[in-house]
Design a binder for this molecule. Sequence first.
Ligand code: 5AD
Ligand code: SF4
Length: 570
Amino acid sequence: MKLCLSRTWRTLSARSNHKRILSTAAKSTKVSNTQRETFLERVTTGPGLQDFINVKHVPRVNAIPDPTTIVPYINPDTYAGQGRRVFFEVYGCQMNTNDTEVVWAVLQENGYNRTSDVQEADVIMLVTCAIREGAEQKIWNRLKHLNAMKSKRPARRPLQITLLGCMAERLKERLLEREQCVDVIAGPDSYKDLPRLLAVSRHYEQATINVLLSLDETYADVMPVRLNVESPTAFVSIMRGCDNLCTYCIVPFTRGRERSRPVTSIVNEVLALRDKGVKEVTLLGQNVNSYRDITVSNSNDKVTSNIAPGFSTIYKPKIGGVPFATLLCTVAEAVPEIRIRFTSPHPKDFSEDVLRVIRDYPNVCKSLHLPAQSGNDAVLARMRRGYTRDAYLRLVDTIRSYVPNVGLSSDFICGFCGETEEEFDDTITLIEEVRYNVAFLFAYSMRERTTAHRKYVDDVPEAAKIERLQRMVKAFRHTATALQKEYEGRDELILLEGKSKRSSESWFGRNEANIKVIVPATALPTSKNSAETKEIAAGDFIVAKITESNSQVLKGTPLYISTISDFYNK
Ligand code: 5AD
Ligand code: SF4
């Protein structure tokens, strides 16, 4: 269940509540409990032999000859899409949107076309999310629909259904057993293999699967092709995977180990986006601020860790290479006319170097996502977040001392295993104390393979989770309303993104803190003191005086068109 500002949706999970106990390993006095647990997790939940076999034989009605009697060789020439049309359906986070752009680049290169009409597609690709049960349920429902669609297709126009992303990684061949319509399954590290998987599946009329996780795939050699070329904003992936192993989270198991993309490949992509007219780039990753480009040996940089004071991590400190703060200022300097954001960071990795870059570069947005998850120390420890409430609050103070008007956002989970009413109250007081501009609020959803699934009991009743979620919403709205009111009367720099959904007479954009701002469509002076005017449009930076606010949006009077440097040199 996720709530982003006013949006709430959930699927109640009917999970068994029995306690899972981590199996014990032979005792070793040299191995700490944390190390042993992490090792066991990797062994018990990592890929098995089956996951290293790319082409799987799943019996189908029209089964091909026994794969052991044929050589499954396909001439690479036949990997070509020959103009086949692909329809993408993207679920989940921004990482999935960015991954889809990588997939599209790979397929386009191999002779596929894209369609926005599902009925005319030859290949339907679902880019899936597994973070909560509700996200997966959506896909199961969709597959039923697609199954019906596929069976109605005439033989001369077959439809291939492809499942990509985290759910593919999590469920692997279980998907093929349950949903007979799926032809190709590819995990987050196998997208370059898609032309082959699609070709093999077509050739043998058999399902193919590659869910091998990689230790080094960053798609640094693939220039993503944007799906929405009209948009002035774009995402650039800087790292993949996550080593944090928060106990509730499936991501380390679906996206694998953390690895960073080389700085040069990131900068090249950002420059290419600038040349295409993009005005805002969001650097993406599961844990962006633990970024470390180890392909570059930086003799001046013997940084062993980014860890902020009062925080801890379960993995070994990183040594050498280029850290996130250096990447951020390199990108900021490469494209001073473009806004830079990043998501999602972990509070433990906010070194003061990163805060100095945010403070010193006008094009690095003064807004930070600081996922707290809970405000209670015992819950944070069970979640294995690596900080206490106090350390988190001290970090907020440090951030606000560097960047006084910073916009803060956060993720919170209520109803985690064993969470009492008193423990939950600490989450409410944290929301009230910090005051966030944006919050993503979730009810806990137990995921198989996670540490919580093995060690804890999902024992907070669903009704209590809903009630706590509503209390978080209320607390967030109350504080956000007051916080947003502080914008009234201020001149804000807004990047216009598109026409408002409610009225074609209005534009919407975002201020630096990433808050949506609505302004009327109009002609404006092309700079602060210019006599020349032009109709405002998507991609323009404009200055607007904020006149109205609520917990989710601001409204403003547009004043003039500007640039980042003109606005900050005013
Ligand atoms: N249940 C509910 N929310 C979760 N998140 C991650 N795993 C779960 C889960 N099992 C939330 C966290 C994370 C965000 C992306 O999703 O708040 O920061
Ligand atoms: Fe999941 Fe924690 Fe990694 Fe975020 S930092 S992706 S919540 S394990």
